[in-house]
Design a protein around this ligand. Structure first.
Ligand SMILES: NC(=O)c1ccc[n+]([C@@H]2O[C@H](COP(=O)([O-])OP(=O)(O)OC[C@H]3O[C@@H](n4cnc5c(N)ncnc54)[C@H](OP(=O)(O)O)[C@@H]3O)[C@@H](O)[C@H]2O)c1
Length: 338
């Protein structure tokens, strides 16, 4: 059995991790830590039959587990990662702290100095389908962001094939409210979100832009120009749907595109390529670790529209983190996730 610890267990992704670990056949939860709610039972915070008492981070031995999941805000996560690695424990960090390779780029987008720049070189960006060889041997995995997961999985086959050279990729994404975390914020109140659809950080200003452009450049055999990204707050609890506009590769039709995606993702248990004529929706992926992708060429305008959906808390966070743990410890990648 792999022993796992969860830090930040009272947040949405921390709780999701605990639920996934509880049904994992080869991993067990050794401890779950909290800050404000330390000492409480998890069932006092969430409607769960799991009998878990939340501990303070200072009370637990970080070296007593094989893997530590960090479900903390950025900056706080890096500090704990340093302690865990020093104790010999492998880390999967759900925050943005180790996703960007350059400390200056991190400071520019996150408005503070990176707490552990010396670790950026070794952190592996854990978009599992595209990095499992590196994830396998990693001490520190930077679990991708939720929007980046939906956009990168949908565009990677085209990028890898060099079909988006010089392109501006336009991603219009909608996320459920759990994407903003559990802390009380006016913008997440029912009365603010319900019966509304709110764009925010339009264009090139959302923090995920840096991560997506960095990884697009890494995946591409011929570099695209960059990204335009418009996220929206959708009045549902979970799920992300990204509608992505790219130039249609010259002479390519629906059959050829489907063949490319089918071939690229043939062995992937969590990528669901929809047949021609069908469209990915949130319902295809909510509460699962899947990413559903549908392809919509518009030859009369030389455009290709991709639709990609995930559950932000599962494939966009805790599910992908468990998938990465499975790879790190040589387990079946699907363990605990089907
Ligand atoms: N929500 C998503 O869909 C999603 C998807 C991908 C990645 N992520 C990333 O995953 C991380 C966790 O997200 P979340 O949505 O689960 O957040 P959340 O619901 O707001 O929970 C954050 C957790 O961290 C604790 N915490 C906050 N500040 C802390 C500090 N300075 N030191 C120690 N603990 C602290 C909170 O405890 P208190 O209650 O005591 O503050 C809570 O347990 C974030 O970095 C987020 O960007 C989230």
């Amino acid at each position: 059995m792999i022993r796992a610890g969860v830090v930040g267990a009272t947040g949405y992704t921390g709780f999701e991790l605990i639920c996934l670990l509880a049904r994992h056949p080869e991993a067990e939860l050794a401890f779950a830590t909290a800050r404000s709610d330390a000492g409480k039972r998890l069932s006092a915070l969430y409607p769960t039959p799991l009998d878990i008492t939340l501990q303070r981070l200072e009370e637990v031995d970080l070296g007593s587990v094989d893997v530590l999941f960090l479900a903390l805000p950025h900056a706080a996560a890096a500090e704990v990662a340093v302690q865990a690695l020093a104790a010999g424990t492998r880390v999967v960090d759900l925050s943005a702290d180790f996703r960007l390779r350059d400390a200056d780029v991190y400071s520019a987008w996150y408005n503070h100095r990176h707490p552990a720049p010396e670790l950026l070189g070794e952190a592996v960006y854990g978009l599992t389908e595209w990095s499992r060889e590196d994830v396998r041997g990693a001490r520190l995995v930077a679990n991708p962001g939720c929007y980046p997961t939906s956009i990168l999985l949908a565009t990677a086959p085209l990028l890898q094939a060099g079909l988006l050279e010089g392109a501006t990729i336009i991603a219009d994404s909608k996320s459920g409210v759990s994407g903003a975390g559990r802390a009380a914020k006016i913008g997440s109140l029912f009365a603010e979100v319900s019966e509304n659809l709110k764009p925010y950080s339009i264009g090139h200003s959302h923090r995920h832009v840096a991560e997506i452009e960095q990884e697009m450049a890494a995946l591409a055999s011929k570099a695209p120009r960059g990204l335009l990204f418009s996220p929206h707050l959708l009045p549902v609890t979970r799920g992300i749907l990204s509608t992505i506009y790219v130039p249609l590769p010259g002479g390519w039709g629906a059959k050829q595109l489907h063949a490319l995606y089918r071939e690229t993702y043939a062995a992937e248990p969590f990528i669901w390529l929809l047949p021609e004529g069908e469209t990915a929706t949130l319902a295809h992926t909510v509460n699962t670790n899947r990413c559903a992708i549908s392809l919509h060429p518009v030859p009369e305008r030389d455009q290709l529209i991709l639709v990609s959906t995930i559950d932000n808390l599962v494939k966009g966070a805790a599910g992908q983190a468990v998938q990465n743990m499975n790879v790190m410890f040589g387990m079946d990648e699907r363990a605990g996730l089907l």
